[in-house]
Design a protein around this ligand. Structure first.
Ligand code: SIN
Length: 327
């Protein structure tokens, strides 16, 4: 009270602003129509159906949980080996194994619903119509908050070629899905394209509410002694820290050219990584490969994000978004 009186009299000088406490930082972000209580999401495929993470943290801690890709029919996945480690990344050729949409709706969704604050179901079809059909089946399902369209899996018939690389195909696919559902749509983009921003624009034009940038980069490994490839399918998708600079560049390219919310993905192992994605324009991030080493990475990142932002004097995480200084 005395300080207020002093200031009104022009007496006491205002001191430095009181230090911000981590608990005071507002981590909430909007990703199109989705309201996330923090920007840390799980990436599809690296945490199974989401339930696999429950021994490590409460799913409600995550900004959103993204379920591994669901397809119309059950899929067995690709021949072994499906994973190959590289010095700073992980190659995978999993091939979208899952029990199909019927089993997901009957068995998995009832177990998942209500556990995550925001549940995103990742879907993939063998043709445009199948994407739309899956979207229609998920429309209005209690507990499903959004769809992520996996147009970019490199490990299926034809790789990501059929859907991810042609802007006209992307636009038509997304608009067919848009017509089939009222759920928010996130389109997951492939990095294996010449102009990722053109694909993001096509997704937006088709009615996508957001894009997730990026899926894995095509890669391979080989044992020169035996001639054996690291993956059963020879070529697969590379994820992990090795791809972060490429993913950051692609997020930035999309951010500067297309007015659509971006979810950054690729090689996030620390809060610094997450903050870099926000700085180049992502509104949220997905954490993937790191789960294999640090399964409780999500709560760690959420806490570290609060601490870093408080120390930087940021009251809201949104103040960090798009702060890249570039001409
Ligand atoms: C897979 O199951 O092959 C990985 C999923 C993906 O890269 O989209």
């Amino acid at each position: 009270m005395q300080r207020v009186v002093d200031e009104q009299r022009g007496g006491a000088k205002a001191g430095p602003p009181a230090a911000l406490q981590p608990s005071q930082v507002d981590l909430s972000v909007d990703v199109g129509p989705l309201k996330l209580h923090n920007p840390i999401m799980t990436a599809s495929g690296t945490a199974g159906l989401g339930l696999e993470l429950e021994p490590f943290f409460e799913l409600s801690v995550a900004g959103a949980v993204v379920v591994k890709t669901i397809t119309k029919k059950p899929r067995k996945g690709n021949p072994m080996p499906r994973l190959a480690e590289t010095p700073s990344g992980l190659l995978n050729s999993i091939g979208l194994p899952n029990k199909g949409i019927d089993a997901f709706l009957e068995v998995t969704l009832p177990r998942l619903a209500g556990k995550a604050r925001c549940l995103v179901v990742n879907i993939a079809g063998t043709c445009t119509g199948e994407f739309a059909e899956l979207a229609g089946r998920l429309d209005g399902q209690p507990g499903v908050d959004a769809l992520e369209l996996n147009i970019s899996c490199p490990n299926v018939e034809g790789g990501d070629l059929p859907f991810a690389r042609d802007p006209l195909v992307v636009q038509r696919l997304v608009s067919d899905v848009r017509a089939a559902t009222r759920l928010p749509i996130i389109t997951k983009l492939s990095p294996n394209v010449a102009d990722v921003a053109a694909i993001a624009q096509a997704a937006k034009d088709g009615g996508s509410d957001a894009v997730s940038v990026i899926n894995t980069l095509l890669g391979m490994s080989v044992d020169w002694r035996t001639g054996e490839p690291g993956l059963g399918t020879v070529v697969g998708g590379l994820s992990g820290p090795a791809i972060k600079p490429i993913a950051l560049r692609m997020c930035w390219e999309v951010a500067r050219r297309v007015d659509i919310p971006i979810i950054g993905i690729g090689g996030i192992v620390s809060v610094e990584d997450a903050l870099e994605y926000l700085t180049v324009g992502a509104r949220a991030v997905q954490v993937g490969t790191t789960h294999y080493k640090t399964p409780d990475i999500v709560p760690r990142l959420v806490q570290a994000l609060r601490e870093r932002l408080a120390a930087a004097g940021r009251q809201r995480v949104t103040e960090q978004i798009g702060t890249l200084r570039a001409s």
